[in-house]
Design a binder for this molecule. Structure first.
Ligand SMILES: O=C(O)CCC(=O)C(=O)O
Ligand SMILES: [Fe+2]
Length: 128
């Protein structure tokens, strides 16, 4: 994938967590990702590389969804609607690790070169 960021590896120790955030650049951060020249982060793919005994779920507060890490599994989500607007429901966080540690890797896929895989639309719910 030529317009995806290189895999980022993260190891969370006990108590480590991640505050709620969006992976895509919000309207007010107009300079974000400019140096890459690939547009905004259209999607996130998060790979779980370890089983964790307790804690450390990836949670999506606007929806109440939680993804519990399982080694070898992955979570994928589109961050942007087809009309390029950010999807507020993708705001997410990571619960603190309570026991052992958590390994993940993730990549962020950008908008450019996705025109034929996921065409743009005029509305947020345009056909994909
Ligand atoms: O480790 C997780 O559960 C989420 C990580 C994350 O949201 C990020 O790196 O942007
Ligand atoms: Fe994130």
């Amino acid at each position: 994938m030529s317009t995806a960021e290189v895999l980022q590896f993260v190891n969370y120790g006990i108590g480590w967590h991640y505050e709620p955030h969006f992976d895509y650049a919000r309207k007010e951060t107009t300079e974000a990702f400019k140096e890459l020249g690939w547009g905004n982060r259209i999607a996130t793919c998060l790979f779980y590389m370890s089983d964790v005994e307790a804690g450390s779920a990836t949670v999506f507060p606007p929806t109440g969804a939680a993804v519990w890490p399982r080694k070898g599994s992955a979570a994928f989500c589109y961050n942007l609607y087809p009309n390029d607007k950010g999807n507020e429901f993708t705001r997410h966080a990571t619960f603190p690790v309570i026991f052992l540690s958590k390994w993940v890797s993730n990549t962020w896929i950008h908008e450019h070169r996705r025109e034929f895989h996921r065409p743009c639309g005029l509305t947020f719910d345009a056909e994909m």
